[in-house]
Design a protein around this ligand. Structure first.
Ligand code: NAD
Length: 463
């Protein structure tokens, strides 16, 4: 861990395993409540001077962080593959590190200058955005480095200091990332703590901590709700990026062959362990069989295996809990629909890309967030039914519409209850577009100026 600029070992540690082969690849500190208190105190102390930095100084610091990420991208990518399982290649860990540097650079270039609301004989009214203080960041195991950048960079850019706690499944790349940041930032500005959630839960402690002023949390809906409850007593600011059950709707005029690759990666990016992956696919009856055929054919030729082997573009499921969930949902789906490809658990944590047609809303693989390599296909005849079924979910993160007629697709997009809708692609986020969920998928947005504002409180000065 890095606390107040110093490396802290922790009294005990826990093992981190490579999901591709089960081997221990390292250990991480099992931090205590005292370690968390020290990290929060260090961040609070650093806030005094960090929050007084000029806008230019904060932007320059974020640029220095961006350079650090770029210079250590390959090292971090390798660590990420070893602990997360995603391949080095394809849309894997090198791609994640590319995104991390791109997002960091884009955040450095943002700013929230003061705005004059009134300037006349009656008075001068101006709005300023002020940092909130110590920000607690809690991250999941699917995109550990990229999500750390999404949390930490906007906090720094707006003059806050940070304590970050990675998932116990994937702590190592994040701990190293924070160590690297400390080479270019003053001590205490970014601190890390890690713990084995089975023996201590520093995430829960962060949510009730009286000094932490904001929690930015990315993870499951269930944990997000707990964070929201815990944060109420200290009136913390919250950004919650939670689970999704994104629907894709294929309209009758789409070209099944041309869209197969986009559909596949929309659903199977990071082995489906992606918040805004396509998790249900509604296909018009007139092209249903063709879409199934082309999608299954594409899925069958995607190489899966140990992520350190450059030829693979899909790796294992990250952990046993998630693997068992996918296996349970697929076993149930096979009794209700037609298996198009995959379906049988492989060696260790490898689960082949699985597609099951003939399902409907109410089936577990359609209703629950699988967060893994299994896609249900639902046939529809009336697009109104498809829209209703897509919206019949407590989640509302993303969605997509697939059609040659972009205007028609846009009209359908506007009726989907979710924060982002893509046309003829799925899940393509970018740093200049706010991203967040509606309904149970979260609170607030990340990225762009809208995301930056969430790390600030407004102050209006009347003179
Ligand atoms: P999770 O909720 O199990 O864990 C997330 C983090 O919360 C971990 O660091 C964990 O240690 C910590 N935590 C556990 N209990 C806690 C508590 N009581 N209080 C505070 N923190 C606690 O989620 P996960 O399994 O790591 O991630 C998968 C989920 O994350 C999926 O549902 C996925 O859709 C979602 N996700 C959402 C986005 C998004 O941007 N909307 C992005 C990535 C992942």
């Amino acid at each position: 861990m890095t606390i107040g600029g110093r490396a802290v070992q922790g009294a005990t540690s826990f093992e981190v395993r490579n999901p591709a082969n089960g081997q221990v690849i390292g250990t991480a500190p099992n931090g205590s409540r005292d370690d968390l208190a020290a990290a929060v105190a260090a961040a609070q102390k650093a806030f005094t001077s960090w929050s007084q930095k000029s806008d230019d100084e904060l932007a320059a610091a974020c640029r220095a962080v961006t350079e650090k990420i770029g210079a250590h991208a390959e090292e971090l990518a390798r660590l990420l593959t070893l602990e997360q399982g995603k391949p080095l290649n394809g849309l894997g860990s090198r791609w994640e590190l590319g995104g991390a540097a791109a997002w960091a650079g884009a955040t450095a270039a943002l700013s929230l200058p003061p705005r004059v609301l009134q300037d006349n004989a009656q008075g001068h009214v101006e709005i300023f955005r002020k940092p909130v203080g110590v920000v607690g960041s809690i991250t999941p195991w699917n995109f550990p480095v990229l999500i750390a950048v999404w949390h930490v960079l906007p906090a720094l850019r707006t003059g806050n200091t940070v304590v970050i706690k990675p998932s116990p499944y994937t702590p190592l790349a994040t701990l190293r990332f924070v160590e690297l940041l400390n080479e270019v930032l003053p001590e205490g500005v970014v601190n890390s703590v890690s713990c084995d959630d089975r023996t201590s839960n520093l995430g829960a402690d962060m949510a009730t901590d009286p000094i932490i002023r904001k929690i930015v949390f990315t993870g499951s809906c269930a944990t997000g709700k707990k964070v929201m409850q815990s944060a109420a007593s200290t009136m913390k600011r919250l950004t919650l990026e939670l689970g999704g059950n994104d629907a894709g709707i294929v309209l009758p005029d789409a070209d099944p062959k041309a869209i197969a690759e986009g559909l596949f990666w929309g659903a199977f990016l990071n082995n489906g362990q992606t918040c805004a992956a396509m998790k249900r696919l509604y296909v018009h009856a007139s092209i249903h069989d063709d879409v199934c055929e082309h999608l299954a054919a594409f899925a069958k030729q995607v190489p899966m295996g140990d992520g350190m082997d450059e030829k693979n573009v899909l790796g294992p499921v990250q952990n046993r809990m998630q693997f068992d969930k996918v296996a349970r949902l697929v076993a149930d789906a096979k009794t209700k629909g037609q298996l198009l490809t995959g379906g049988e658990p492989g060696e260790g944590l490898f689960f082949p890309a699985t597609i099951v047609a003939g399902l409907k809303n109410g089936d577990a693989l359609v209703d629950e967030e699988q967060f893994g390599p299994a896609l249900p296909i639902i046939r529809y005849t009336d697009v109104e039914d498809a829209i209703r079924a897509a919206n019949d979910s407590e989640n509302g993160l993303g969605g997509s519409v697939w059609s040659k007629d972009i205007e028609h697709a846009r009209r359908i997009a506007s009726r989907l209850e979710c924060g982002s809708v893509w046309i003829n692609k799925h899940g393509a986020i970018q740093p200049n577009a706010p991203f967040g969920g509606v309904k149970a998928s979260g609170l607030g947005v990340e990225f762009a100026e809208e995301g930056l504002k969430e790390y600030t409180d407004a102050q209006v000065i009347f003179s």
